[in-house]
Structure formats: structure tokens, C-alpha cells
Design a protein around this ligand. Structure first.
Ligand SMILES: NC(=O)c1ccc[n+]([C@@H]2O[C@H](COP(=O)([O-])OP(=O)(O)OC[C@H]3O[C@@H](n4cnc5c(N)ncnc54)[C@H](O)[C@@H]3O)[C@@H](O)[C@H]2O)c1
Length: 244
């Protein structure tokens, strides 16, 4: 049975990815902050939850080792946990916001890839899938650190694809547009904002977490073994409008 680590597992997209993996017969280790919904322990035969702050990079090696001890292997790492940070009206925001967004959205991706790489190389189909964003290639007004972090995640994805390809590990990014989750629902005028975004997309709706999970499942599969260093838009064609 293939084993996947998914960060941000308590969130909208992370939850859908975990659900999809479980349906496909994977064993899953979910990483997220401790909460009522996300404890630290065994949830079932095929699911463990690990309570970890993604800013604690010095915990990553032992966290991956814990997954290997529990399930015997790691085949897939999905770096999904992330934050938007504060809106930066001037495009800069505060240094504190910049550092927090970079720590969670970028440093943690680097750190977990590093900690998991040797284990993924032992899998016959090792996979890293980083959740970037439409903001991995396009800016967002008032976005501040967020688009910068997501551009960097995509850049790191391409570099690691090259570095790890010889060990049989593919590294790809999934680039969602707007997806209805806690992250977007916290938008002060979610209904009108999502209607506007939907109207700008090609398919006329915003995304569902399951849309992203389906793309992740494909990139994690054995049949996707010749795809690496790729950024796969899952945005209903929203990025086409951004370049029009
Ligand atoms: N929702 C969207 O429209 C959208 C669009 C593009 C990209 N994304 C990306 O998708 C990913 C998932 O976002 P989502 O929409 O499901 O949001 P979400 O807020 O529902 O989930 C994010 C999860 O990350 C976890 N997290 C945040 N900081 C953490 C930390 N320090 N340590 C451990 N866990 C932490 C949160 O607890 C949460 O469970 C993010 O990387 C986000 O940037 C989302």
C-alpha cells in the first residue's frame, strides 16, 4: 500500500486530498496544527494525524521517521499547508507578515522535501506534489508575501524535479485558482468576490477542494511517472483571463 504525507490535512483542500487518497487505498499521515479536528494519534488503520507546526523545521526529520516507523515507507509527499497572510495595501505589508508567510508557505516545503527525499527515493514511484497557486505565476493586488511565496514554491518544484529525477522521484506543483475553503470563505465579501471570480473563469464557477484532490491523485499515481517539474493549473481557466 502506498503511503502519503499530506500537510494542512485539517483544511479544505488537504481534507479532500486525504479523502481521495484513502478512497484509492493509500495510507495517509496528515500534518496540521493541533486542534479538536486534528489531534496527534492513530485515527484508523490507514490514517494517522500528526500535530505539528510547519514552522518547526527542526521537527521534520523525526516526523517523517515517525511516519516510516508507523507505515513502513513513504511514497508521496503533498505540501499543501499554507496561509494567505495579511492584506498588504502597499504591496509590502509588515516584515512579521512576510516572515510568517515565507516560513509556512515556503520554508516548510523546502524542509519537508529535504526530510522526505531519501525515503521517497526508496519508493519505486516517489512523488512530491507542492500546492502552489495561480499566484505562482501571476501577482495578486494587495497580496504582499503570498504570491512571492507561491512563485518560489513553483521555482523550488522545478529545481527539485531536476535534482531528484535520477532517484525516480517526480516533483510537480498543482496551481489552484479560487477554491471554496476556509481560506477563501474568510474573505470579507466572499459571495460577491466568488461570483466575480467565477465570471472571470472559463467554466463559470470557482473550484471545489475535490477538483484539486483529483489533480493531486493523478500526479501521485504510477501512470504520471513521466511528468515532472510541471505546474498544473486547476482553476477553471481563470489564468487565461489574467493574460487577456
Ligand atoms: N482556497 C484557495 O482558493 C486556494 C487557491 C490557491 C492555492 N491554495 C493553496 O491551497 C493550500 C490549502 O489551502 P486551503 O484553501 O485548503 O486553506 P485552509 O485554510 O482550509 O487549509 C490550510 C491548512 O493549513 C494549515 N496550516 C496553516 N498554518 C500552519 C502551520 N503553521 N502548521 C501546520 N499547519 C498549518 C491550517 O491549519 C489549515 O488546516 C494552501 O497552500 C493554499 O495557499 C488555496
Amino acid at each position: 500500500m502506498r503511503v502519503a504525507i499530506v500537510t494542512g490535512g485539517a483544511g479544505g483542500i488537504g481534507g479532500a486530498i486525504i479523502q481521495r487518497f484513502l478512497e484509492l487505498g493509500y495510507r495517509v499521515a496528515s500534518i496540521d496544527l493541533p486542534s479538536e479536528r486534528h489531534v496527534d494519534g492513530i485515527i484508523g488503520e490507514n490514517l494517522i494525524q500528526i500535530a505539528l507546526d510547519l514552522r518547526d523545521l527542526d521537527q521534520f526529520e523525526q516526523t517523517v521517521a515517525r511516519v516510516v516507523n508507523h507505515f513502513g515507507r513513504v511514497d508521496v509527499l503533498v505540501n499543501n499547508g499554507g496561509i494567505v497572510g495579511s492584506n498588504a495595501d502597499d504591496g509590502f505589508g509588515t516584515l512579521g507578515n512576510w516572515r510568517e508567510v515565507m516560513a509556512i508557505n515556503l520554508d516548510a516545503v523546502w524542509g519537508l522535501c529535504k526530510a522526505a527525499a531519501e525515503h521517497l527515493a526508496r519508493s519505486s514511484n516517489g512523488r512530491i506534489i507542492n500546492i502552489g497557486s495561480i499566484n505562482s505565476e501571476y501577482p495578486s493586488p494587495g497580496g504582499g508575501a503570498y504570491p512571492a511565496s507561491k512563485h518560489a514554491v513553483y521555482g523550488l518544484t522545478k529545481c527539485l524535479a531536476f535534482e531528484l529525477g535520477g532517484q525516480g522521484v517526480t516533483v510537480n506543483a498543482v496551481l489552484p485558482g479560487a477554491v471554496e475553503t476556509g481560506m477563501t470563505r474568510s474573505h470579507p465579501s466572499f459571495e460577491s468576490w466568488s461570483a466575480r471570480v467565477a465570471a472571470c473563469s472559463a467554466v463559470g464557477r470557482i473550484g471545489r477542494p475535490e477538483d484539486v484532490a483529483a489533480a493531486v491523485a493523478f500526479l501521485a499515481s504510477e501512470e504520471a511517472g513521466f511528468i515532472t517539474g510541471h505546474g498544473l493549473y486547476v482553476d477553471g481557466g481563470l489564468h487565461l483571463n489574467l493574460v487577456r
